[in-house]
Design a protein around this ligand. Structure first.
Ligand SMILES: [Zn+2]
Length: 259
């Protein structure tokens, strides 16, 4: 399978995706926000969009379903837990479901926390490289907020239970490109983080048109929410001892809300 990121460079820094099966010339469109751009990219790639998949129910991920369906005739799929919020769904997705795209397929996993309905999509790129389309659950050097239907302790369980156990080489494709700002947040709490520092300066020297997509291995080095055991992080958060990993995660989430 081929992952085609479509960075919108709009006010929300959305990244839309096509998951392409080249053999069958078909694709899944994930969280299409700019219908013109996504449909245009499918045409440019020579593929037909047969499915639209929403990672969660927020309007900036699922609000263009009807427009996409009218334009492409694609089947619209979203998490079952979001069915009360979204209309016109053709298939309701639950943990463990598989979605076919031509000769390829991807797997759905429940990743509640940013919203309680959130899912992530797992697959393999050419060469057997694993990837995850993480929606608003895991970002480059960050995680989703919990202020719009989410629950921070549940997000902590999802990050430590699902994402922290992924292989280092897993590529992370998030719903927004917040990497630059998130790295600045990392360095505000962990200024001695050499990997975050190096990546932040590398990004300064690019023109920013193509997002840098991280791997889980990189995230372990630069994402505070996966670094709750770091001595520097714990010291700078000034938590009352003894704090467990969950306490540290929640303190970082709170700090990021007001940062
Ligand atoms: Zn969202």
């Amino acid at each position: 399978m081929r992952v085609v990121p479509i960075p919108l460079r709009n006010a929300f820094d959305h990244v839309n995706y096509l998951l392409v099966c080249d053999a069958a010339k078909v694709a899944i469109a994930v969280d299409p926000y700019d219908v013109e751009r996504v449909a245009g990219e499918a045409t440019a790639q020579g593929v037909t969009i047969t499915s639209v998949v929403n990672t969660h129910e927020h309007w900036d991920h699922a609000g263009k379903n009807a427009e996409m369906k009218a334009r492409t005739g694609a089947a619209v799929m979203a998490p079952r837990a979001a069915a009360g919020t979204l209309e016109g769904l053709d298939r309701l997705l639950v943990d463990g479901d598989m979605i076919s795209v031509g000769a390829d397929s991807v797997t759905v996993r429940a990743v509640p926390g940013h919203t309680m309905a959130s899912i992530a999509i797992f697959g393999e790129e050419e060469g057997g490289i694993p990837f995850v389309i993480s929606g608003d659950t895991l970002f480059g050097a960050g995680v989703g907020n919990c202020g719009y239907g989410g629950h921070a302790p549940t997000l902590q369980e999802t990050i430590s239970g699902v994402f922290a156990s992924l292989a280092d080489e897993t590529r992370v494709y998030p719903g927004h490109d917040y990497l630059k700002r998130n790295l600045a947040f990392t360095l505000s709490i962990e200024p001695g983080n050499a990997a975050a520092c190096a990546l932040a300066s590398a990004l300064e020297s690019t023109d920013g048109t193509a997002p840098h997509f991280t791997t889980i291995g990189e995230e372990r080095a630069i994402n505070l929410f996966l670094r709750t055991g770091s001595h520097e992080v714990r010291t700078n958060l000034e938590l009352p001892a003894p704090a467990n990993d969950s306490d540290v995660f929640l303190a970082i989430r709170k700090r990021r809300d007001h940062w």
